[in-house]
Structure formats: structure tokens, C-alpha cells
Ligand binder design. Structure first.
Ligand code: GLA
Length: 520
């Protein structure tokens, strides 16, 4: 208790002073390993309902995923009515939730699972329902009274209050409101990495999104991986980088699904499935249910894996585990198979003549005197648990963490070639667009601006992974510091939320640094 009080007392100082990993986290004692569960948004959008939540809870139990560690069944946006009641309370949409949120919570609890809900730190949620800004204490009390165990707290309609201090103030208000209820509620900060939440999130929430929304494509997953993997120093028990929900079983290839699951586990990410669990295939359930990979994610040491080398799209990651083993992922982001090699010493293992390699996807066991090497399929991984010898405290990077040198750069007048694809989710009055930009030329693009036209009646209200201006009509999105370089074949996903007046058509007429882009 003293520790908790002290933490609250020094909160203001701590937020400003902190630059490295958390010495201690939020202190609510929750999410000491990354949360595991499911969220409806990516598969169902606004079509969430009581029956969907109940069926998903049932499936968690009957499929064995609950026994494998999945616990939180999370309701996302669109669960409520468009206005508060006369006492200012949020009201469930009773057409979707006939027994209210308390009714569905009781059912989920009866299955031995926990219930999550969604709100927003602005005046309205991303889909336009009442936000919690200024109502934090009342809303937190209501959630606690309903039996809510997890709150995802979003960032739409924040009235342009976008300084880091303003972000911290809004999210801290809800942290304190949740604490005041006395109910243990995991606090998930969802501000898309906008104000570098990894530098302040450990004191405010249990996890924080590091990027914009993921979509079910390898390129979206890859761009999020690239961002999230650099943030290892900020993660620890009770405080996790959140690279967004799993896209396993939602349209990527089986190889790519295994890759995402492995990378997310290696990065100690929350494992929140986002697929239709009720009709999930046996293959999808077996990927989500791989206990050896889950054990890496859930390891009690709570270290996020790091890249020890990364060159030409071939990555080696290592994550130290509590029993002295190391989890190693060899990841090939290219489309053709490639051999990826490292050594026991490079992944932090020393002091033995031989090491045992457990392949966490095939179950094969082999031994090595030091070299760790495998042929890795395109877009695939090989994942080993390495045991034997001792572990060195912090493996030092042995390779370059930057892409291989590029032949030339667009900055020197070489023409740009580009391809763009976009994924639009829309509802009555708004939409989100996730736009993947691929450099399809032979030169590296160093610094970019993507021009496009936004259909009339649409206005951007929030954006991520780029700076947008103006917010309607002919828009230009300019790179932010971490995604300004696009090597040949490289891509990045940017996104925005827009309001619309009935015209939910996609953006069009894309041009990257002035060169028109093919749309695919
Ligand atoms: C934002 C979040 C998503 C989802 C939607 C709901 O885009 O990042 O994960 O919660 O809002 O509107």
C-alpha cells in the first residue's frame, strides 16, 4: 500500500523524468504477464452483441483456448446508446445487449473468464458514441458496478488537445477513476503511439498501443512489427507495448499467421485474437493455441524480445526467459525462402559446449555447438527455445539493425515508383482508412509525402503514422520520424479516421513525392 501511495505521490515527477524502461509499473498488480483474450472490432466492427460475446466465451472454453491462457473477452466500440441518461450515465444499446453489460459480464464470469469494455478519452468514441472526457469518475464507477475487468480507452475526438502533457492528463484521469472504484480493472491505453506513450504509459496504464490500427495483411503486420520491436526497453511486468490485435485467421496465409503469433509472443505483446472464433478453422485454433509459443509470451521475466541482427529483411530476435533459456525467432520478411543464421552467443547463451534447440512450431529437438541456422520460408519464421549453458544478462546487438545499404536514394533525383492499397472500415457517420504505401521502385525513398484526394464531405479527425494536412479535399500525408525511409520493396501503413456526410468512398489519386501511385 505504501508503494502504491508513493507511486501516486511522485506520479507527476516520474512522468516527466522517465526516459528508460520502467523501474516499476502502474502498481495495480494487474497484467503482470501480457493480457490474453479476444476483441470483436476487427471482425465485427459495430455489429457487436450479447450473443456474439456469449458464443465467443463458450468457444474459448470448448476449444481449450481458455485453458491455454486466454481470459479477456473484450467488447469494442458501439456497445452503447448515442446519449447518456438523465443522470448522466452511459446506457447500453439494449437491442444489442438485452441484459445490459452487467448481464453479459455475469455470463462471461460464469465461464471463468473476464469481460473487457471500450471507451474513449475524448468527447465521443471513434464511432461517435458519448466519450468519457469529463465523466471519468462516473463512467469508471459504472463499469465497476457492471463487473468490467478491462478497459480499452481510445483517442478519438480529443478536441485537438494533442500535447504530450494533455495526453498524460486525459489518461491519468481515467487511471485514477478506475483506481478509485476499488475493482481490479486492466487499463489499456489506445492512443496509437501519438504521444510516445511508451515514455509515460508504465505509470498510467497496463499496456499502450504503439501504432495505428492493424489490418489483415502481411504489410500492415510488418510495419507495426518494425515500430514495436524498437521499443523493448519500455516493456516489463504490468506495462506492455501493444502492437494491436492478432490478425490470425483473418485472411493472411497460414505461414503469415504463424509469423505474427511468433513475433507478438517474442515481443511480449498482448495476445488478443480478433477473428471469428466460433467458426475458426482447426489450423487457426492450433496457431492461437500453441502452448510453447504462448509460454514465451507469458514468461514471468516479462522481457520484450529484441533484434540482435536485421539485414536485408532477415531478422534475428532473442528474448531471455525466466529459467535461463532464450527464445529465438528467425524471421524472413521477404517473399522467397532464405537461410538465417546466428550464434548461441549472439542470442545471449554462453558457457556450454552444446545447446538444445526446441523448434516451437514443429516440436523437433536438435543440438548445436553454437551455430543456430535454418532455412526460413518467405514471410515465415523459425522459432527455437534455446537451452543449456548460462545466459548473459543482456545480449548485445551483433548485426546492423538497419536495412541493408541501398543502391541509390530518391533524394538524389531518382524517380519514385509506388503502389498503394487501402482498407476502409465505415459506419453511419465515419470511417477509418489504413493506407499501405509500397516503394515499388529500385531506389530508397528518404522522406516522403503522399498526396491524395479525400471524397467530398469527409474530414480527417485523427491520423496516425503520418502528419496530415489539410484535413479535407486535397490532402498531403507526410512521413513521421520512424517511417521516413522506404527501401526498394519496403512499405509502411498509415491511417486516419474521418467523419463523413454519407460519402464513405475511399481516398483516390495517390501520388508519392509527386509520382502517381498504382492502386492495388
Ligand atoms: C480506433 C481503435 C480501434 C477500434 C476503433 C473503434 O480506431 O484504434 O482499435 O477500437 O477505434 O472505433
Amino acid at each position: 500500500m505504501i508503494a502504491v501511495l508513493l507511486l501516486v505521490a511522485v506520479g507527476g515527477w516520474w512522468v516527466g523524468a522517465r526516459t528508460a524502461g520502467p523501474a516499476y509499473a502502474l502498481g495495480n498488480g494487474l497484467a503482470l504477464t501480457p493480457p490474453m483474450g479476444w476483441n470483436d472490432w476487427n471482425s465485427y466492427g459495430c455489429s457487436v452483441s450479447d450473443s456474439l460475446i456469449r458464443q465467443t466465451a463458450d468457444k474459448f472454453v470448448s476449444s481449450g483456448l481458455a485453458a491455454a491462457g486466454y481470459q479477456y473477452v473484450n467488447i469494442d466500440d458501439c456497445w452503447m446508446q448515442h446519449s447518456r441518461d438523465s443522470s448522466g450515465n452511459l446506457q447500453p444499446d439494449f437491442a444489442k445487449f438485452p441484459s445490459g453489460i452487467s448481464g453479459v459480464a455475469a455470463y462471461v464470469h460464469s465461464k471463468g473468464l473476464k469481460l473487457g469494455i471500450y471507451e474513449d478519452a475524448g468527447t465521443a468514441t471513434c464511432a461517435g458514441y458519448p466519450g468519457s472526457l469529463g465523466h471519468e469518475a462516473q463512467d469508471a464507477r459504472l463499469f465497476a458496478s457492471w463487473g468490467v475487468d478491462y478497459l480499452k480507452y481510445d483517442n478519438c475526438n480529443n478536441a485537438g488537445q494533442t500535447s504530450q502533457q494533455q495526453y498524460i492528463a486525459r489518461y491519468t484521469a481515467m487511471r485514477d477513476a478506475l483506481a478509485a472504484t476499488g475493482r481490479p480493472i486492466v487499463f489499456s491505453i489506445c492512443e496509437w503511439g501519438s504521444s510516445s506513450p511508451w515514455t509515460w504509459g508504465a505509470n498510467v496504464g497496463n499496456l499502450w498501443r504503439t501504432t495505428g490500427d492493424i489490418s489483415a495483411s502481411f504489410s500492415s503486420m510488418l510495419s507495426i512489427y518494425r515500430r514495436n520491436v524498437t521499443l523493448a526497453q519500455y516493456a516489463g511486468p504490468g506495462a506492455w507495448n501493444d502492437p494491436d490485435m492478432l490478425e490470425v485467421g483473418r485472411g493472411m496465409s497460414t505461414e503469415e499467421d504463424r509469423t505474427e503469433f511468433s513475433l507478438w509472443a517474442e515481443m511480449a505483446a498482448p495476445l488478443l485474437a480478433g477473428n471469428n472464433l466460433v467458426t475458426a478453422s482447426a489450423t487457426t485454433l492450433s496457431i492461437l493455441g500453441n502452448k510453447a509459443v504462448i509460454a514465451v509470451d507469458q514468461d514471468a521475466l516479462g522481457k520484450q524480445g529484441r533484434e540482435v541482427s536485421s539485414s536485408g529483411g532477415l531478422h534475428v530476435l532473442t528474448k531471455p526467459l525466466s529459467n535461463g533459456d532464450a527464445s529465438v525467432v528467425l524471421f524472413n520478411e521477404n517473399s522467397g525462402a532464405a537461410t538465417i543464421s546466428t550464434t548461441a552467443a549472439a542470442v545471449g547463451k554462453t558457457g556450454s559446449a552444446t545447446y538444445t534447440l526446441n523448434d516451437l512450431w514443429t516440436g523437433a529437438v536438435s543440438s548445436t555447438t553454437g551455430t543456430i541456422s535454418a532455412s526460413v520460408p518467405g514471410h515465415g519464421v523459425v522459432m527455437y527455445r534455446v537451452s543449456g549453458g548460462s545466459s548473459s544478462p543482456s545480449p548485445s546487438p551483433s548485426g546492423s539493425a538497419s536495412p541493408s545499404p541501398s543502391p541509390s536514394s530518391s533524394g538524389s533525383g531518382v524517380p519514385v515508383a509506388c503502389r498503394v492499397s487501402d482498407v476502409i472500415s465505415k459506419w453511419d457517420t465515419g470511417l477509418t482508412a489504413n493506407i499501405t504505401i509500397t516503394n515499388s521502385g529500385s531506389a530508397t525513398v528518404s522522406g516522403w509525402s503522399l498526396a491524395f484526394t479525400l471524397p467530398s464531405g469527409q474530414t480527417i479527425s485523427n491520423g496516425w503514422n503520418a502528419t496530415y494536412s489539410p484535413s479535407s479535399g486535397q490532402v498531403t500525408a507526410t512521413n513521421v520520424s520512424y517511417n521516413g525511409t522506404l527501401p526498394p520493396g519496403g512499405s509502411t501503413t498509415i491511417g486516419f479516421q474521418a467523419t463523413h456526410t454519407g460519402n464513405a468512398a475511399a481516398p483516390a489519386a495517390f501520388a508519392l513525392n509527386g509520382a502517381p501511385c498504382a492502386v492495388s
